[in-house]
Design a binder for this molecule. Structure first.
Ligand code: MCA
Ligand code: AMP
Length: 449
């Protein structure tokens, strides 16, 4: 069985139902099926075959959904690229993935709406998602049809998602949060989805009031932003889910007071999909990520959370060394530190590496440090995450050398996604190091004035 068989519940079984609202237009599932067939036939005419990679650099749109479904139909591997990435980040992905083509605008498709047939099993790779690597360069996580299927089936049953739901999706489809949870729960359940190009806190309330969703997936920054929205936005809602970064307990409490809804926090990772979730029916406990989802085994080794499940990815693209290093006796090492309470609730305690999560986007300091060190006048650079009320954390750079803030900022803006650009450049005489030369980031100030 492959993903298409599961999607047929909606694409064929609910062909006359309105499936999607996008940019003021409505699409039935039958129209989604026909549109993606056209794109699949266009890709096939351009020589695409099973196993080829297609890089896609597009914002959320119906066309992006067409392309994803076309890839699923052909067994072509969908490789989405974060639209905030700049040349340096994009070049790395397009060199590494070796795609047959890179799509940067909606493709022209012929008027042939038959579904092309390709024999695919569940182990076929459906997507490669690039995830920030500790070495600075990102690695491509290979996600199979079975991985996506296991994850979304779990979420449908754990969060009681049905075709009666109305999903408001404002997260970017180039990440697993929106693609693996949002888009797949939509297609697997056959519910109605309104897709937004992005979450904009100035217009978010209008989208809630107009669409009247029952289901919403957000990152903590979005919930902080929603605290300023009128209480009526939640009147149609059944379930708010948070993930991708820690949800502060005070935001959880303020949200409950204002909207009368208890946010359900869950934990996942690109390489593993969703592993832990607070219960739908039982107590959703602030500061915790709940219990293992069905079919997911977890263990804690030396404080680190390790995972085994049918949703764990098939390895890093063309990188057997990194793949081998990521597992221990068949368990995937998440790099997240965790503890478990006597009654089984898991709590995340931080990361083994110095990952910064800003607005739900991951940032590895090393990548920014590399850009800074390439600038003339910079002798040393260390980037740390500092607390931020809205984004959780933001990057700040400590610099040894003579170079202006403007020059550093310009270089970073030109080469890095906006969320990676340091909010501040702080001059120091020396970067504190251990006797072995390792930077002691904890000694650098951890709070902005
Ligand atoms: C952010 N920016 C964007 C977008 N998102 N620009 C265009 N399109 C976007 N989708 C840029 C803005 O230009 C701005 O840049 C800066 O980010 C902040 O924008 P602002 O309007 O102030 O937004 P905000 O209110 O701070 O909210 C940002 C956000 C965004 C909407 C929460 O960060 C976001 O969509 N985050 C979700 C990321 C995500 O889905 N992560 C999942 C990965 P400038 O600063 O230059 O002005 S983790 C994952 O997938 C695992 C499996 C998991 O567990 O979920
Ligand atoms: P990514 O590599 O983009 O898939 O991001 C996965 C990382 O996001 C995990 O390794 C965690 O560090 C973090 N994460 C996801 N969900 C949560 C959560 N609920 N609380 C804290 N961190 C989270």
């Amino acid at each position: 069985m492959n993903l298409l068989h599961a999607f047929d519940h909606s694409l064929i079984g609910r062909r006359d139902a309105i499936g999607l609202e996008w940019a003021g237009k409505q699409f039935t599932f039958g129209e989604i099926e026909a549109r993606s067939n056209r794109v699949a036939n266009a890709l096939r005419a351009r020589g695409f075959q099973k196993g080829d990679r297609l890089c896609v650099y597009l914002a959320n749109s119906v066309e992006l959904i067409d392309i994803f479904l076309a890839c699923v139909k052909l067994g072509v591997i969908f490789v989405p690229i974060n639209i905030l990435y700049r040349d340096r980040e994009i070049d790395h992905i397009t060199r590494d993935a070796e795609p047959r083509e890179v799509i940067t605008s909606a493709p022209e498709a012929p008027d042939d709406t038959d579904r092309p047939y390709e024999s695919l099993d569940g182990d076929t790779p459906a997507a490669i998602i690039y995830t920030s690597g500790t070495t600075g360069a990102s690695k491509g996580a290979i996600l199979t049809h079975n991985n996506f299927m296991h994850n979304s089936r779990n979420l449908l049953s754990a969060w009681q998602i049905t075709d009666a739901d109305r999903l408001l999706l404002a997260l970017p489809l180039f990440h697993v949060h929106a693609l693996g949870n949002g888009l797949h729960c939509w297609l697997m359940s056959g519910c109605r989805m309104r897709l937004l190009e992005r979450f904009d806190h100035r217009t978010a309330a209008d989208a809630f009031l107009d669409f009247r969703p029952t289901l919403f997936f957000g990152v903590p920054t979005i919930y902080v932003r929603l605290l300023d929205a009128p209480p009526e936005i939640a009147s149609s809602m059944r379930l708010f889910v948070s993930g991708s970064a820690p949800l502060p307990a005070h935001v959880f409490e303020q949200f409950r007071e204002r909207f009368g809804h208890t946010i359900l926090e869950r934990y996942g990772m690109t390489e593993t999909f969703m592993t832990l979730s607070n219960p739908y029916a039982g107590e959703r406990r602030a500061g915790t990520v709940g219990f293992p989802l069905p079919g997911v085994s977890v263990r804690i080794v030396d404080g680190e959370l390790q995972v085994k499940s049918p949703a764990v990815f098939a390895g890093y693209w063309r990188n057997p060394d990194a793949t081998a290093a990521a597992f221990e006796d068949g368990w995937f090492k998440t790099g997240d530190l965790a503890s478990v309470s006597e009654d089984g609730y898991y709590t995340l305690l931080g990361r083994k590496s110095d990952l910064i999560i800003s607005g739900g986007f991951n940032i590895y300091p090393r990548e920014i440090e590399e850009v800074l060190l390439e600038q003339s006048g910079v002798r040393e650079a260390a980037v740390v995450g500092v607390e931020d009320k809205v984004r959780g954390e933001v990057p700040v750079a400590y610099i040894v050398g003579e170079v202006s803030d403007d020059d550093l900022e310009r270089a970073c803006r030109a080469q890095l996604a906006s969320f990676k650009v340091p909010r501040k450049f702080i001059r120091v005489d020396a970067i504190p190091r251990t006797a072995l030369g390792k930077v002691q980031k904890h000694l650098l100030a951890h709070r902005l004035e």
